[in-house]
Ligand binder design. Structure first.
Ligand code: FAD
Length: 460
């Protein structure tokens, strides 16, 4: 047997799978018996790119979500092995290239009972996991102090062992469907299957497309459109900076029969006081040249005056920090959308100690929301702005270079209590900024900032 479970004897893997099957039977999860049998294939040759899906469940919800995760990936052609965390040990982790963890938290931030042996035997040990990429779905209840604590504990441990996070921990408050759809978005990225259908269709509301403007004419990058959407009668027009607009990328108008399509997510760039949801959408093309499902609908398919099916997803992890401490906002490309809403919130609250570090390609074409940023800067509502244009000089220059070049100022702002919010590309920018912050502030400080909620990311 090669790949993920190489080194394990067939007998041992088989016994692990039997435990999983027994566990799921106990929980009543044999809803799709034929497909489940396909999920767990001891001795399968497909293990080279097999993704381990491990769950820690107290009441069965994590097991159910892990099963759905396995089914989605399998439908997308990604081989998976599903296992309870009680069957996972350091050897399995060492041999895995890709793993997804679905983890409940119980009691006072504790692991579910079946994970006790894993916590005792694995979480206190040191294992080199340099080859492992992983994602964590953390289930919890925001009413409790130790919200999603076990998910975060495993995430921190994996980082310490050298594993690479594919994306930040996805927290699920009380089964929140929006957070679960975000997890499904990550699964579609992971399996390179943009058309994976949603587990549950969101309850969309009707928002009218009232304005759309190309904001980077002549750009070397793909076209970006500022979009305005006004709530129609039944729509709930309350949101906060950091929240996400989920849209149904239907290729027809509101009144036509809805198709089952995966949703798409866009950072909201405005506040309710603006009277409309503003989005900044980049028009994506698929490899065959066809417009992207969501961005194509928002930027070209739908006409101004059409109604768009939209739902606001609360994204508490990226809400503006409470209080008056300084805020450092770092982003690139359409990431300015989320940062713009945060800046508006800060300015409305009279918090002017804001520092924006934003990167795009050419100053002549890609100064997104440049006039507004200038106004905020000149009025002192935005204390510092560093715009970084990667292609305006012979050497490529990105926001992460600016972070390193401003080390002393950055350290001072953080010593003054600043929070750091990052919005934009998951590929390239977010890991490079993370590395730059680690170089400037030290790994311990970056980790402590993350634990304290002073380092937050909304990257995609
Ligand atoms: C939390 C969150 C916030 C987001 N905010 C914004 C935003 O403010 N503005 C914005 O324009 N987009 C944003 N996105 C990305 C957006 O949701 C879509 O992924 C993007 O519009 C492409 O979707 P599509 O349906 O148009 O293209 P698809 O039909 O999914 O595919 C188009 C092609 O582009 C590739 N592709 C898909 N997504 C990406 C990506 N993110 N980066 C690079 N290649 C990709 C696919 O592999 C495919 O080849 C956000 C995503 C998340 C998860």
């Amino acid at each position: 047997m090669s790949g993920i479970l190489a080194g394990l004897s067939d007998a041992r893997l088989y016994s692990a799978c039997v435990v999983v099957i027994l566990y799921l039977t106990t929980c009543g999860y044999f809803l799709w018996p034929r497909r489940r049998a396909a999920l767990i294939q001891p001795g399968s040759d497909k293990n080279a790119s097999t993704t381990l899906i491990a769950f820690a469940s107290q009441t069965g919800f994590a097991a159910e979500l892990a099963t759905r995760t396995a089914q989605s990936l399998q439908a997308a052609g990604t081989p998976v092995v599903l296992a309870s965390l009680q069957e996972v040990d350091d050897a399995i982790l060492r041999q895995s290239k890709s793993a997804l963890f679905v983890l409940s938290t119980t009691g006072e931030g504790d692991a579910p009972d079946p994970a006790a042996a894993f916590v005792r035997d694995v979480l206190d040990s040191s294992v080199s996991l340099k080859d492992l990429s992983y994602g964590v779905l953390a289930l919890g209840d925001r009413e409790y102090d130790q919200y999603c604590a076990f998910g975060h504990r495993l995430d921190q441990w994996l980082r310490h062992q050298g594993a690479t996070a594919l994306f930040d921990v996805v927290e699920v408050d009380n089964g929140d469907e929006g957070a679960l759809r975000h997890w499904q978005h990550q699964l579609s990225v992971l399996s390179n299957s943009p058309d994976l259908p949603d587990w549950e269709a969101p309850r969309y509301e009707r928002w009218r497309l009232t304005a759309r403007q190309l904001i980077n004419p002549g750009s070397a990058g793909d076209a970006c459109f500022h979009i305005e959407l006004q709530p129609q009668a039944e729509a709930n027009a309350t949101w906060q900076a950091g929240d996400i607009a989920e849209i149904d990328p239907r290729n027809s108008t509101w009144d036509d029969k809805p198709e089952t399509l995966p949703h798409r997510e866009y950072s909201i760039a405005s506040l309710p006081g603006d009277g409309a949801i503003h989005l900044l959408a980049r028009q994506m093309r698929r490899p065959d040249g066809e417009p992207g499902l969501g961005s194509g609908w928002l930027t070209a398919g739908a006409k101004v005056g059409d109604d768009i099916a939209l739902r606001v997803r609360a994204n508490p992890n990226f809400h503006a920090p409470k209080g008056t401490a300084p805020l450092i906002l770092i982003g690139n490309g359409t990431g300015i959308a989320g940062l713009r809403a945060l800046l508006k919130t800060r300015i409305a609250a009279g918090n002017h100690r804001n520092w924006l570090i934003f990167g795009e390609r050419h100053v002549a074409h890609d100064r997104f929301y440049g006039n507004e940023i200038d106004r905020w800067r000149e009025s002192g509502q935005l204390e510092r702005v560093d715009l970084v244009f990667s292609r305006d000089q012979s050497e490529r220059r990105y926001v992460q270079h600016q972070v390193r070049d401003c080390a002393a100022d950055l350290q001072r702002w953080v010593a003054d209590g600043a929070a750091i919010y990052v919005c934009g590309s998951l590929q390239g920018m977010a890991p490079a900024v993370d590395a730059a912050l680690t170089a400037v502030l030290g790994a311990d400080t970056v980790e402590n900032l993350a634990i304290a909620g002073r380092y937050r990311r909304d990257v995609y």
